[in-house]
Design a protein around this ligand. Structure first.
Ligand code: MN
Length: 291
């Protein structure tokens, strides 16, 4: 193992799930409230584990609500979700696809099962991440990127160990297509039983590994089961992920944003007055409305 190893700082079991809206039972595996600046630039990782949705006529999900000051990133593993927001953006994402929404200065959106999925029913599994924006980007115009299967490059790992799907940032020489404001890497890793991958990030980056499925070891030291989260030290550049069983893991890393974080519900700003302003702007309709 190299000198530049990035050590595991801690391993965490996910807490029990809670409902978000009426359609998404999720476990909050990572949050700014729990881990503070150590997880910057990330604010939240919610995991909706596989959940069977009975066929229905009424789409479930999360009704109209606002956001300001950060980005929401939704990764669908199973099922199909539909999004629409007050900027006029609209999109539908299915298995292996990603929606990267920049709330910026403010949007109002709803997140629901798609109509087809609602009527057919089936398994739903997804992750939602909140990625912070630095002070200079918080009031950027809202944005919306849909990343379909073909827009997410897939890297074959050495020795047939599996694949890394590069949602954002860089994996080796391969660049993902999501546009980010600060350097962020997001890799959807699929490892075969017995497969090893060496993960490399610049020194000083935050890194976390969340295991959705399987059993894995990191740096030959820590053991991760499904729904476990490993957080790493900022120092170091290399992590070895070894799959004991077939493993699906989401690897997040990025350059920390060294600024104060004041989070209040759906708004994440740098100061309390900015939160008061966000609430007032939402209530007076400045973040728009859904038609
Ligand atoms: Mn939302």
């Amino acid at each position: 193992m190299s000198q530049n190893i990035k050590n595991v700082a801690s391993v965490h079991k996910s807490p029990p799930s809670h409902w978000v809206g009426d359609g998404l039972p999720v476990r909050t595996a990572l949050s700014h409230h729990q881990f503070g600046a150590s997880v910057s630039p990330f604010l939240l990782l919610d995991y909706a584990e596989p959940y069977y949705v009975e066929p229905s006529l009424t789409p479930r999900g999360v009704d109209e609500h606002p956001h300001r000051g950060f980005e929401t990133v939704t990764v669908v593993y199973q099922g199909e979700l539909e999004h629409r927001d007050s900027s006029g953006a609209h999109g539908r994402i299915g298995s292996g696809e990603v929606q990267w929404m920049t709330a910026g200065s403010g949007v109002v959106h709803e997140e629901k099962y798609s109509e087809a999925f609602t009527q057919a029913g089936g398994w739903l599994e997804m992750v939602q991440l909140w990625v912070n924006l630095s002070a200079k980007d918080k009031m950027s115009p809202p944005g919306y990127q849909t990343l379909t299967q073909s827009q997410i490059p897939e890297v074959d790992l050495e020795n047939g160990a599996g694949v890394a799907r590069v949602i954002a940032g860089r994996f080796g020489d391969v660049q993902g297509s999501a546009k980010t404001f600060t350097p962020v890497n997001l890799w959807d890793m699929r490892l075969n039983a017995g497969g090893n991958a060496t993960l490399r990030v610049p020194d000083g980056y935050m890194m976390a590994i969340f295991v959705l499925k399987g059993e894995a070891r990191v740096n030959e030291t820590a053991q991760l089961s499904a729904k476990d989260l490993a957080l790493f030290e900022r120092e170091g550049e290399e992590v070895v992920l070894s799959a004991v069983e077939e493993t699906v893991a989401l690897v997040l890393s990025g350059q920390p944003i060294e600024e104060s974080v004041v989070a209040y519900g759906p708004f994440v700003m740098n100061s309390q007055p900015e939160i008061v302003q966000a609430i007032s702007d939402y209530q007076s309709g400045k973040m728009g409305r859904l038609r």
